[in-house]
Design a protein around this ligand. Sequence first.
Ligand code: SF4
Length: 232
Amino acid sequence: MSDKQNSHLVIPERIQIEGVFACNASCIMCPVHAPSERKKGVMKLELFKEIIDKLEPYKEKINKVDLWGLGESLMDKKLHLKIKYAKEKGFKGLAIATNVELLDEETAIKLFEAGLDTIIFSIDGIKKETHEGIREDLNFDRVRENAERAIALRDKGGYATRFVVRLYARSAIMMSGKRIVSIGLHVFLKIKKILLFVTMYTYGVVKLRTWERLKKCQKFQLKFHATIYLTA
Ligand code: SF4
């Protein structure tokens, strides 16, 4: 690409790379199992490396790399290799989000060793019935055990990985009308070493006028965030 073309490039501060489009859970608010023309699966390591190589010249402008999309990150058995590759190339702010069910000891250590900066736990309550009522097909006791073990391993090994807990505020759901949009509202709380944020999805009829305005904002949003889907 020429310098002139390069000067017009918009490089987002935050890049999201969808490593997995599939999930071992069925959460009540999630469309992952809805019919889709997109093929389910895991992004190949070679493709991931190719994406990272192409982004490398712009890495100073990229502050965060989110390694998840619509799916469970830990279904990718080569995730630690992807993280290692991106870290070695000098990318910062690497994060995954996980429902924690597959976070066994070996996986946790591999992620820490690879240099992962952030793990976001999706845990929706301190009671079994609350969590399992939202995150169907998951076992709260195993999720809790996995999360607590990972934190202990991180502390014992002195790894730099930070943990964030994300909650889904079910009570905030309101549904009406046929046209629906979700708006995420993140509330951040810092409790000891763990950052907690609550995602509230509110639903409602969106007037066309508002939607048109949102579309006009897309160019502006691209400066901050771009998503690369599974097949790139
Ligand atoms: S764990 Fe995540 S990707 Fe899987 S069903 Fe729940 S919200 Fe969707």
